[in-house]
Design a protein around this ligand. Sequence first.
Ligand code: NDP
Length: 236
Amino acid sequence: MTTPRTVLVTGGNRGIGFAIAQEFVAKGHRVAVTARSGEGPEGTLTVRADVTDAAAVDAAFSEVEAALGPVEVVVANAGITRDTLMLRMSEEDFDAVVDTNLGGSFRVVKRALKGFLKAKFGRIVFISSVSGLYGNPGQTNYSASKAGLVGMARSITRELGSRGITANVVAPGFIETDMTAELPEEQTAAYKKAIPAGRYGTAAEVAKAVAWVASDDAGYISGAVIPVDGGLGMGH
Ligand code: NDP
């Protein structure tokens, strides 16, 4: 049994974030989720926040701290795609994805660090993607944002590794959620052929890895990239 912690998951109202929040609840932690709309799973506290807005992120943390105590584990999960080939990609498509996926993670983790430094303890988990390591046509914006999280986790590890803080990256492959439901059928079939496991993963499978890397058992793991991708990105 790992020590019960106060956990905050961004984008916990659906998809992978929802499953991550469920997993932490099942493991006996105090769990809050941020959501722009909807609610987190049963047993969680839902707070409103858009991760592109630093003031909203700050207010969400304050609300969670008042209700559940200092945040000890933060999962930067909120993310978007705006896929198109690079030649057709607008600056706006690029900026929106980088500002949400990379900038949003920066804002959330920066706010979490205040409490982590005071407590001399903290667990940071960034939700990246196989796309950030392996590349994917049509996702230059998304891949760049997700690769950036690896550099962020490793720099945090070097800055704050001696303060009881770990920063790790979980890199899912193709997971059954609203995000992948948008993909055309022939693209889905081609992806499944390329995945050694021969199938998409489930959000619950990602959640298990996240909960483990945030647990007491993983205290000496930092700056790591943990793939949950059925072997798709092997070696990257
Ligand atoms: P979904 O599209 O199902 O959910 C995305 C979540 O992010 C929603 O809760 C959404 O909130 C939230 N979100 C998006 N933008 C913002 C914002 N500006 N502020 C706050 N919350 C925001 O995606 P998944 O569950 O599939 O993806 C979750 C994470 O996993 C993402 O970072 C994604 O890149 C990553 N990932 C997903 C993979 C997959 O195959 N599905 C593969 C690899 C990585 P709202 O409901 O309000 O829109």
